[in-house]
Design a protein around this ligand. Structure first.
Ligand code: KIV
Ligand code: ZN
Length: 385
């Protein structure tokens, strides 16, 4: 089975979420949890961006033993130097160096010609190679780049010593078919591509980051990048928990495995949400409060008969204790009776009907009926003859 490496960038791209600012200790706490979760690589930050980030990356590199720790650097010597200083004491340091390759970025942001971009990329990979064995090179805005140019620059940076090539969909613009075709093109048209790992890095501006990452895997990517809870610039990055679960439960279609410990998902998600202040939406796939909650009577009845009628993921798989049947206006008698049994009540058919009638009246006034509401209905029913 093919192994897909997981590159987590919660502490770098994730921290770029507007409004998020993690201190040194918070970053370290998340890094330790990412290690327990089993990521292969963690991007701890952007050492040249601030003294605080430099120190945070250095402390994580010193602490983490079971994952490669990396830091971001622009294609400039001072960034690469800062990355080396922050990462050099790590168990498995990796440089992540990037430069933009799309026409719009080269012309307006970098103000460099395509030839100058190739020259800079090659020089900086060679410069990084003085200290780093492992260098990931990213073609920023790869999905809006000219494919022939992309193939040329990739060949050159591999010759210069890059060990991983990352093709980011920086602005979340691409679609699964198109992104897959980019990977296909690069694997077919870069003669030395088999010397390196190929990585996908997707943003979620059109809500397709996870789907695009899977398309990349289908077309030769052996590493995927993303964040916990999908946090990140603008609409965020590919949500690693979604990707990991999709690959796991669709083994029939994807003969790939990751080293992730899936039952650490909930704990990792909760920690990242708490420390970043980025609340997980209730309906978020895999980790949202509603991901294992059923409200419709038809669904509740089905789940009580056989969970797989409406659950494709078991809650235990991702570290959630159990599913929940939400007591609301769509709930049916079967789920209601089951809920009462969980609360310790076994009622006669007559009292059950009376309690169910009161419960239904209450659901017209309240979206969700709590255990306390049920207790007061039951007390009323049990104490009147
Ligand atoms: O989205 C992006 O292009 C990035 C790069 C810096 C890798 O985050
Ligand atoms: Zn990114």
């Amino acid at each position: 089975m093919a192994h897909v490496k997981i590159f987590d960038t919660t502490l770098r791209d994730g921290e770029q979420s507007p409004g998020v600012n993690l201190n040194r200790l918070e970053k370290l706490e998340i890094a330790k949890q990412l290690e327990r979760f089993g990521v292969d690589v963690m991007e701890a930050g952007f050492p040249a961006s601030s003294q605080g980030d430099f120190e945070g990356v250095r402390e994580i590199a010193r602490t983490i033993k079971n994952a490669s720790v990396t830091g971001l650097a622009r294609a400039v010597k001072s960034d690469i130097d800062a990355a080396w200083e922050a990462l050099k004491e790590g168990a498995d340091p990796r440089l992540h160096c990037f430069i933009a390759t799309s026409p719009i970025h080269m012309e307006y942001k970098l103000k460099k010609s395509p030839e100058q971009v190739i020259q800079t990329a090659v020089e900086m990979v060679k410069y990084g190679k003085k200290n780093f064995d492992k260098i990931e090179w990213s073609a920023e805005d790869a999905s809006r780049s000219d494919l022939d140019f992309l193939a040329r620059i990739i060949k050159e940076v591999i010759d210069a010593g890059a060990t991983v090539i990352n093709l980011p969909d920086t602005v979340g613009y691409t679609t699964p078919y198109e992104y897959g075709q980019i990977f296909n093109y690069i694997t077919q048209n870069v003669p030395n591509i088999d010397k390196v790992s190929l990585s996908a890095h997707c943003h979620d501006d059109l809500g397709m980051a996870v789907a695009n990452s899977i398309a990349a895997i289908e077309n030769g990517a052996t590493q995927v990048e993303g964040t916990i809870n999908g946090i990140g610039e603008r609409a965020g990055n590919a949500a690693l928990e979604e990707l990991a679960v999709a690959l796991t439960i669709r083994k029939d279609f994807y003969p790939h495995h990751t080293g992730l410990v899936l039952n650490e998902i909930k704990r990792t998600s909760d920690l990242v949400s708490k420390l970043t202040g980025m609340v997980v939406p209730r309906n978020k796939a895999v980790v949202g409060q509603n991901a294992f909650a059923h409200e419709s009577g038809i669904h509740q009845d089905g789940v009580l008969k056989h969970a797989e009628t409406y659950e494709i993921i078991t809650p235990e798989l991702v570290g959630v204790k159990s599913n929940s049947l939400v007591m609301g206006k769509h709930s049916g008698k079967h789920a209601f009776k089951d809920k009462l049994q969980q609360l310790g009540y076994t009622l006669s058919d007559e009292k059950l009907l009376a309690a169910f009638t009161e419960f239904k009246k209450l659901t017209d006034k309240k979206k969700e009926v709590t255990d306390d509401d049920l207790f007061s209905i039951l007390t009323e029913i049990q104490t009147t003859s």
